[in-house]
Design a protein. Sequence first.
Length: 485
Amino acid sequence: MNLPVILDIVIGLIFIYLSFSLLSSEIQSILTTILQWRAAHLKKSIEELIIGQTYISQNNLESNVEIKKVKQLANSLYQNPLIKALNYSGGKGGLERAFRRITEIIGSVIRLVTRSESIFDKEKTAPSHIPSNKFAASLSDTLKIPELIKTISDYKLEDFKNQKLLKIQIILNELNLEEPSKKQIIEADFQNLHKELDIIFNDYKKNDSANINMALDRILDRLNLYTKKSLTDLPETVQSKFEEQMILVKQVLTNPQEREFLISEIEPSFSNLLDFWKKLIEIGKVSQVDFQSKNGKIYQKIQEMLELLPKSLQNNLYTLAKQARVKITKESDALNQFHKEIEQWFDHGIERASGVYKRNARGVAFLIGITIAIVANVDSLHIINSLSTDSLLRTTINHYSEELINNNPNSSELKIEDIKNQVNAASDDLKLPIGWGQKLTDKPGENKSLVWVKKILGWIISGIAISMGADFWFNLLKKIVDVKK
């Protein structure tokens, strides 16, 4: 057997593998759509990302509680409008609705037969891809982290404002003004300052996207104007004392280091919230908190958020928040950086999950390949034997193979649908050595056990080959045809 004949046999074998790889891809694509493998794998991956490895292999009460929390949180994430909007289920035409209904029914029947629950909770479908920025935003929104931080910021800014007003009131009282007219003017100035600071605070409280730096700048501006106005109204004997005291009052706003610390107190990061809660638990003061007070409401909101979080996710988010604080240059950027850290954490987790999905898909492709090989009796050993003895079959397959390569010269721009149509058209004109209408062996008297061993081996080889995909076989076919030329 010379080299051209060997190349013709290889080309014929590859052409047949290519034909059935296209069929296998179609079957796998249909199963993936009906059973929503991508969407189901994505949700399972998110659940595993949330719970980590700590509780997956354990079987105790604590693990069961944590797993239940994970499922509840994952379901809540999928109900968030940001992720729910990604669940596009196709057009609203009659044909599209009918197709969706058919796939839903088939999926339900398969779950009923396999006795498996729907992973999508109350929903029938779910997105097969979630961008990391959508996940970070929906997690933050579901846990109400921005709302919690805004509530705390409102309370803290109000406390800061009231402390400054109280300090100024003490300064004024210590001036011991005796002249009634001066005292009345100074009191009016103070009342005006009080109203102006209240307006600044209310503006900040009403605006969910308000900037704390801007609010503090406005407070400082009001304090400067008040100081300037009061100095013109106060007796000369107390002006210098008043000015010195007001400088101390404003120092936290004018000194860059003190101001940064003030902002971190007013707008706490996620890690600060957890630190704060852990300290309360350690000193045993949680039970002593008055939940009707402002601080009590803060404690209650933190507690509500933490009740939604599995311990592993608490630890992960705490670490991410710490990383975010290291990277930021301004405290006002803490929440945005925290979101970026969540995005990176999510991307890394999904990247690992993607590798698992590809391995699983490869296994499914092999099972489909084996099934096709058995059902269609695609026996690689028998095909090789037929090609080696049938020169007309070799020549015909080679002709169609070269025609296929010539019609698709650019491997980087393959159109699988076009290749499939061309292969199907060629297969209709070919009598391939496959199917069950053939003799088990061409050798009379051959041991039946050996015949079946060879056939099973041929099926296994075919199953593996079919599972390798149409792209692989088309590119290999192109290379072999080029070698032959």
